[in-house]
Design a protein around this ligand. Structure first.
Ligand code: 13P
Ligand code: SF4
Length: 302
């Protein structure tokens, strides 16, 4: 059986679309209808005409698609194994409610890397590509920012507003150390260093550019530079190399992998689509409130 052909056939029969994050395995990236970062994939989920969305990413991404397109069936391949984002689980809705009670004048900006019930307690969501813009534009001088402390501290570089950060982090980006990035820069002194804003502040200090994964893809294409050091999950290097065969890309330090992102296989996508496995379900009341914060983000930043 040729899995790629079977998936293409099933997509047609079921009027399905395959949304794939930039960190996914190469063979999954190759069959994407849309390959992108959290913001790009959320936008596509919000406006697709397809009846079924197969989401190859982690759970919070599939949930975001469901919240923005509640009448669609959203499937998350590989249901039997954990495909979560550990950072998303670092803040819970009761913890956020408590923080809101302590700071009644603050507004809440939540990274999309959160669970649906946390989004329901949020004023405006953000992604790595629009966090600064959202915080600048939100109508408050005091902002509770959850869950990523590194993204919060990156945003703080651009605003005078008070930011109350949560103490969460991404274990993948946290493992990128200043020491190894300095070593990589020594090895490739002519390379442009692009890192994700989930990196530690001391790594961000070394970077030429700080971008979302979608921003990295655009920057690499437009740049006249030929060598790039990339500070994020290693999966994106496949796309960067494929789309820019004449340029060179290296991880800034040893390659770092996100276990949840690497779960889905072609077989999983095929089975999910064929049997409509693991549809994302979120209680209506949470979905309604979470949608407000996601739509506020899309309205703020287009
Ligand atoms: P992007 O939105 O930049 O793709 O980031 C998603 C993510 O989970 C990064 O770790
Ligand atoms: Fe979550 Fe980090 Fe994996 Fe992104 S790379 S999904 S933030 S654990």
């Amino acid at each position: 059986m040729n899995l790629k052909n079977e998936i293409t056939q099933l997509k047609k029969e079921k009027n399905a679309v395959l949304l794939v994050h930039n960190y996914q395995k190469p063979e999954i990236q190759d069959i994407a209808d849309e390959l992108g970062d959290s913001l790009g994939l959320s936008r596509r989920a919000a406006k697709t005409n397809a009846e079924v969305i197969v989401f190859c990413g982690v759970k919070f991404m599939a949930e975001t698609a469901k919240i923005l397109s509640p009448q669609k069936t959203v499937l998350l391949p590989r249901p039997e194994l954990e495909v979560g984002c550990p950072m998303a689980d670092m803040v819970t809705a009761p913890q956020l409610k408590k923080l809101k009670d302590e700071h009644p004048e603050a507004k809440v900006v939540s990274y999309v890397n959160t669970n649906a019930d946390v989004k329901a307690e949020t004023d405006v969501c953000c992604t790595s590509s629009n966090a600064v813009e959202v915080v600048k534009n939100i109508d408050a001088e005091k902002i509770i920012f959850v869950p990523d402390k590194n993204l919060a501290s990156y945003v703080k570089r651009f605003v005078t507003k008070e930011i109350i950060p949560w103490n969460g982090f991404c274990y993948v980006h946290e493992r990128i150390t200043k020491k190894e990035v300095l070593r990589a820069k020594e090895e490739y002194p002519e390379a442009l260093l692009i890192v994700h804003p989930e990196c530690r502040p001391e790594v961000i200090d070394l970077a030429d550019e700080v971008l979302s994964t979608g921003g990295m893809v655009r920057r690499a294409k437009e740049s006249s530079r030929n060598k790039f050091l990339i500070g994020t999950e290693e999966g994106i290097l496949y796309r960067l190399k494929k789309e820019n065969p004449q340029k060179e890309f290296y991880t800034a330090g040893t390659p770092k992998m996100c276990a949840g992102m690497k779960r889905p296989t072609l077989q999983d996508v095929y089975l999910a689509l064929k049997d409509e496995l693991n549809p994302v379900e979120i209680p209506e009341a949470i979905m309604k409130r979470a949608r407000r914060s996601l739509e506020a983000m899309l309205n703020y930043t287009g």
